[in-house]
Write a protein that binds this ligand. Structure first.
Ligand SMILES: Cc1cc2nc3c(=O)[nH]c(=O)nc-3n(C[C@H](O)[C@H](O)[C@H](O)COP(=O)(O)OP(=O)(O)OC[C@H]3O[C@@H](n4cnc5c(N)ncnc54)[C@H](O)[C@@H]3O)c2cc1C
Length: 389
């Protein structure tokens, strides 16, 4: 296993060469390849944080890194330019995030950017009224405000619509009451998308999405959640204790929060692993470079590099699936199962690779991939449904 310097680079290799291998998806044209190269260069040069190991140990969010990524346009990648974003399609967004993951050692920072994009930026862009978009979207897309969504509760995770947080009608508005758990970005976010149900309703019907601003009366956050991986991505419970929100806070149609959640999940399941595939590409390059110079053998046999070969093949397969599926959504695909398949295959690939390469830090970062955005079992159920099983 590679030991890591405080910079996050393996001790035995020192700082890796700048850009070792650049294999673009054939779905990217020349112009977009240039953009992606630029993000990769930016991440390698601007996000090489010498304090990363200490921050990782302390579970500390990198505000400066966030601001740099925001200035680069990474916090609003898919949002149209006229709404304050970068106007990237899904293929370009995937490639930009892959490049970010390749160059940035802080996987927690990259994860927080992903959470912000898929759980706050995209739903506001896709479901916000003109007023809501005008009020929040440009600041979110420019990364001036960090966003989150709060769905999971102590008694509901995979079965998301078993949630109990209630939205009691109060005049024209609602009073929100409940507790959300395992919520990424809680300690740093200023805008929350909270899912809550009308009293005496069950299942998805009756659940609405509400925009709640940090600091609203009755909102509080729990202690930071201790995590084994992605430690620099802050997480905590979100507590709603009789929080009044006006009628303008409902995102999408009242009682149709499931649609907001579904579009969020479609983008998230498609794209959330792109950065981790980039990070795995980088890790593999480092392992291959080390293996080339290694004299180590076992049982008097030639060194066996099958593990690295298998990781290369699996990584290429995951990238191909990601880009082809991103392209299909860019061209009208609507089935949720396609994004679920990407999430399933890519997260399992990253986890298996970290395990096989005995890479402790990446393994700790990869474990959560089996849970967030829906567990691997849930992804299998979604694909199974599409197969008619
Ligand atoms: C790093 C990280 C970040 C997260 N960020 C957020 C966030 O920002 N916002 C948010 O709302 N939530 C967030 N979550 C929570 C995440 O969405 C939940 O962990 C996930 O939905 C699983 O829910 P659970 O943890 O309650 O597990 P459970 O649903 O209790 O599942 C436990 C196990 O049982 C299995 N299981 C459950 N039901 C079935 C079934 N019917 N069939 C087969 N197997 C089943 C699951 O696959 C899993 O293996 C995050 C989680 C992690 C790890």
């Amino acid at each position: 296993m590679a030991r890591y310097r405080r910079s996050g680079y393996p001790v035995r290799l020192g700082r890796p060469r700048r850009i070792i291998r650049l294999v673009h998806s054939p779905l990217l044209d020349e112009e977009r390849r240039g953009l992606v190269d630029d993000v990769r260069r930016f991440a390698l040069e601007e996000l090489a944080d010498p304090g990363y190991a200490d921050r990782e140990e302390g579970g500390e969010f990198w505000h400066e890194g966030w601001r740099k990524c925001a200035a680069k346009g990474l916090c609003g990648l898919p949002v149209p330019q006229e709404l304050g974003g970068a106007g990237a399609d899904r293929v370009t967004t995937a490639a930009a995030l892959e490049a970010l993951g390749y160059g940035c050692v802080d996987a927690g920072l990259v994860f927080s950017i992903n959470a912000h994009l898929w759980s706050a930026v995209v739903p506001l862009w896709r479901h916000g009224s003109d007023d809501q978009r005008e009020r929040f979207l440009p600041r979110l897309a420019r990364g001036e405000v960090v966003g989150l969504h709060a769905m999971t509760e102590p008694d509901s995770g995979s079965d998301a619509f078993a949630l109990r947080t209630v939205a009691e009608p109060d005049g024209a508005g609602h009073v929100l009451r409940g507790r959300k758990t395992l919520i990424t970005n809680t300690p740093v976010a200023r805008l929350y998308i909270v899912f809550a149900r009308a009293p005496a309703t069950e299942g998805a019907l009756g659940v609405s999405a509400f925009l709640v601003e940090a600091g609203a009366a009755g909102v509080s956050t729990g202690e930071p959640t201790e995590k084994m991986g992605l430690r620099t991505s802050p997480m905590a419970d979100l507590v709603l204790d009789d929080v009044y929100v006006g009628p303008e806070a409902v995102l999408g149609k009242p009682g149709r929060g499931a649609r907001v959640f579904a579009s969020s999940m479609e983008w998230e399941r498609l794209l959330i692993m792109a950065a981790q595939l980039g990070a795995l590409d980088r890790a593999l390059e480092e392992e291959v470079a080390a293996a080339r110079h290694s004299k180590r053998s076992a049982f008097g046999l030639e060194p066996n590099n099958d593990v690295l070969v298998d990781v290369r093949v699996a990584l290429d397969a995951a990238r191909a699936l990601l880009y082809e599926t991103a392209w299909s959504y860019d061209h009208g695909e609507t089935r949720a199962s396609r994004a679920a398949a990407v999430k399933l295959f890519a997260s399992e690939t990253v986890l298996r690779a970290a395990l096989d390469m005995s890479d402790g830090r990446r393994l700790r970062d990869a474990v959560g991939g089996r849970l967030y955005s829906g567990t691997s079992q849930l992804m299998r159920r979604i694909v199974a449904r599409d197969l008619g099983l």
